[in-house]
Every structure is written in C-alpha cells, then in structure tokens.
Design a protein around this ligand. Structure first.
Ligand code: GLP
Length: 256
C-alpha cells in the first residue's frame, strides 16, 4: 500500500519530496527523474533550487504535453518545464525530454518509450493528480497497461487548465502522455496533492477500488509509492489516523 504522509502545508511536503530526490541524486548523480507539470510540484522545484545541489547529471522525462500548440508557446509543457524546472535547477536541457518533440507525432509515443528505456527507466516519478483523478493526462478509462500515446482531454481537465490560457477554447483538445503502464514502470512514485478540491481524487487513488475509472488508483499496483498531502487533500481518506500513526512510528532507518 502507498505510504501516505499528511503534512501541515505544501511547503513541508515539497521540502520532504526535495529531500527524497536529493538523497537519490547523492547515491546516483545520473538519476532519471519523471517530471510533472502543474502547480502542485512547484514547491519541489523551488526547494531543490534553494538547496543549490549539483543536478547537472540528472536526466528528466516529462509526463505529458499538449498537442497542437505552436513551438515555444509559453503554456506548452516543454516551455513550462524549461522555465520552472530546467533553468532554476541547472539541469542540462539536452538531458530533459518532453513527449511529442522527438519527431512526427504519429510515432512520438513509441519514440518516447524507447528513449525512457534507453535511459534505464525512471528512478523517481513526481506526480500530481487532476480533480477527475487523472495522472499525467491519463483520463478516466485509461488502461493500466497503456504506454505513451496521443489522447483527448476531458472537458473538466480543459476547464481546470483554462486558468493558464485566455479561455477554455484555447486549451488544446489533444495531448500526448506517458501511459499508466509507463508510469507504473518507474521505480518510485511520489504523488502530491493539496487542498480539498483534490480530496475525492486522492481518496479514490489511495483507498478506492482499483479501476480504470479512477486512473490514480493505478498506484495501488505499484510496490513503492509515497503520497504527500495536506489536511485538505487528506480530508476524504478513511484511514487518516492510521497514516498519522504509521508516520509517527516509522523506523528511523527506513527512508521514504
Ligand atoms: C494537469 C497535468 C497533470 C497534473 C494535473 C494537476 O492537467 N497534466 O500532470 O498533475 O493537471 O494539476 P495541478 O497540479 O495544477 O493541480
């Protein structure tokens, strides 16, 4: 089962996630990180930038990308990852990939899978979750075995993401995303969520039935998952007392 840690606020969760990443990079400087966009992981990137660690050997694979935005569009995930992750953390831009940018879109999914495999797989995948339960851009109904491919966004996701555009109509309809099968191959999943708007999606992911209708529930099939949430995002979880008790009694030698 996922290790659920309920923290006081976003910055505590971001600091904890940053520590886990830095521990990994100390052991393996060429760590392969799975990078998520969205507002949720922003604190991690800020915390990592603050610590000033040398991350120049780290490799990165973004989870997803819009399809159809012009090159260099400020809201393309390639631009977002460059602005929010690559530059502040001092990553080597040639070692960070975003799906859909390797060649023609028709073969982009397979090309991306090949690139992840060639890098030795993702060591640690950072994940946020959508209010409809999506991870990456795997909307409800996505196969747990799916690999990187082009998909169609739900209206709800487009409305959620409209805040980054002038209107919902400007949010692309199509995207390319690592599949749930791709995500499940990463060695360690670190899922973060904050605020009550995410409470239902988190409860479904952590405690609900394993079902394609709740893509986040794919984490229950993974042997090493850490879920970092604040009180709001934890508010629909049934086993909160146990998670707090387990965290308070975690053996000192055991890392996240
Ligand atoms: C977006 C991204 C996801 C992200 C999710 C939540 O659509 N494709 O990778 O996890 O929505 O976004 P936020 O963290 O801004 O709430």
């Amino acid at each position: 089962m996922a290790e659920v840690v309920i923290l006081d606020d976003e910055s505590a969760a971001a600091g904890l996630a940053a520590n886990v990443i830095l521990d990994l990079v100390r052991r393996k400087p060429a760590t392969v990180l799975g990078l998520a966009t969205g507002s949720t992981p922003l604190g991690i990137w800020l915390a990592l930038a603050d610590r000033g660690a040398d991350l120049s050997d780290v490799r990165g694979f973004a989870l997803d990308e819009y399809v159809g935005l012009p090159d260099g569009h400020p809201q393309s995930y390639r631009s977002v990852i460059t602005r929010e992750v690559v530059e502040p953390l001092g990553l080597d831009p040639n070692r960070v990939m975003v799906p859909g940018h390797l060649g023609p879109i028709e073969t982009a999914g397979n090309d991306y899978e090949r690139a992840i495999r060639a890098a030795g797989g993702v060591d640690l995948q950072v994940l946020g979750i959508g209010t409809d339960g999506h991870i990456g851009f795997n909307e409800p109904g996505s196969s747990f075995e799916s690999l990187t491919r082009v998909k169609t966004l739900t209206r709800q996701t487009r409305e959620d993401n409209a805040r980054f555009f002038d209107s919902v109509d400007e949010v692309p309809v199509n995207c390319i995303t690592q599949g749930l099968g791709t995500i499940r191959r990463a060695k360690h999943l670190v899922l973060l969520a904050f605020g009550e708007a995410k409470a239902k999606a988190i409860a479904a992911a952590v405690e609900g039935p394993v079902t394609a209708s709740a893509p986040g529930s794919a984490i229950q099939l993974h042997p090493h998952v850490t879920v970092l949430v604040d009180g709001g995002a934890a508010s629909e979880l049934a086993n909160v007392d146990y998670y707090r008790y387990a965290w308070a009694n975690k053996p000192e030698w055991e890392s996240l």
